[in-house]
Ligand binder design. Structure first.
Ligand SMILES: NC(=O)c1ccc[n+]([C@@H]2O[C@H](COP(=O)([O-])OP(=O)(O)OC[C@H]3O[C@@H](n4cnc5c(N)ncnc54)[C@H](O)[C@@H]3O)[C@@H](O)[C@H]2O)c1
Length: 250
């Protein structure tokens, strides 16, 4: 079968689209002809970032509000008439050990990183079923399969992303919907820049990746594009490391 490149005629929805990995993947989808719904918090400059682009609807929305999933998916339905690709990318990280983690930190991280992913995807599936196919790409972390000091709630949430994605893959495959998750390693973005200001931390992660550098948002966006493309149509339930080899380098 001939593989076509490009996303002309496809509708993609990306959460956490104003910064880092989300911003990079929205730019790639637009460059390859997709229609895009970009979602991020009010005050992140989302609309200004894409002011000169056609084929995009920018929605300023906290993904954890009660009606968020409905509002977000309705936006794709009304705006573009459906949905083919969902990238659940928005995420937050708080550096706290098990003992330091407050109930509030725990609840907030779970709400953004896991519960919103579940609710938005549940609303998205009927639209994908109507189209006869769908791609769900969830952003986990190398912390989806390991633990790090001071990453109690974050690491737990990213393990949940792995489990949730596998459930999606098993239950939705019959509708020709695939679900995969990405495990980024050390990627320089708004979420991580504070951690990488520490030269020791930066040197550790640079050395741990056999490729010998920290990752960039575009490295992760390239993997998302691959999974969303025709080339990814038989991949489901997988976790893809995008970490320069760091996780397997004991
Ligand atoms: N940067 C890394 O090293 C790294 C490593 C592993 C995994 N990740 C994951 O990658 C994903 C993207 O992170 P990033 O590094 O690009 O970070 P980032 O902070 O640059 O981008 C995250 C975006 O999500 C948005 N967001 C946060 N809470 C939201 C909410 N409630 N509603 C709507 N939008 C919200 C933020 O406003 C921001 O624009 C996250 O899930 C993160 O856990 C990042």
């Amino acid at each position: 079968m001939m593989l076509t490149t490009g996303f002309k005629g496809k509708i993609a929805l990306v959460t956490g689209a104003a910064s880092g990995i989300g911003l990079a993947v929205v730019q790639k989808f637009l460059a390859q002809g997709a229609e895009v719904v970009a979602v991020d918090l009010l005050g992140t400059g989302l609309k200004e970032k894409f002011a000169n682009h056609d084929n995009i609807i920018c929605l300023e929305q906290d993904i954890t509000t009660e009606d968020a999933a409905y509002v977000i998916i309705d936006c794709a339905h009304r705006g573009f008439g459906g949905l083919d690709i969902l990238v659940n990318n928005a995420g937050i990280c708080v550096g706290q050990t098990f003992e330091e983690t407050s109930d509030e930190t725990w609840d907030r991280i779970m709400a953004v990183n896991v519960t919103a992913m579940f609710k938005i995807t549940r609303r998205a599936v009927p639209l994908m079923k109507e189209r006869g196919a769908g791609r769900i790409i969830n952003i986990g972390s190398i912390m989806s399969e390991m633990a790090g000091p001071g990453l109690c709630a974050y690491g737990t949430s990213k393990h949940a992303v792995a489990g949730l994605t596998k459930s999606m893959a098993v239950d939705l495959g019959c509708y020709n919907i695939t679900a995969n998750y990405i495990q980024p390693g050390a990627i320089i973005t708004g979420l991580s820049e504070e951690f990488f200001k520490d030269p020791e931390f930066r040197a550790y992660w640079t050395k741990k990746a056999p490729i010998g550098r920290l990752g960039e948002a575009s490295d992760v966006a390239n993997a998302i594009i691959f999974l969303a493309s025709e080339a990814g149509e038989f991949i489901s339930g997988a976790g893809l490391n995008v970490d320069g080899g760091a996780i397997i380098n004991f």
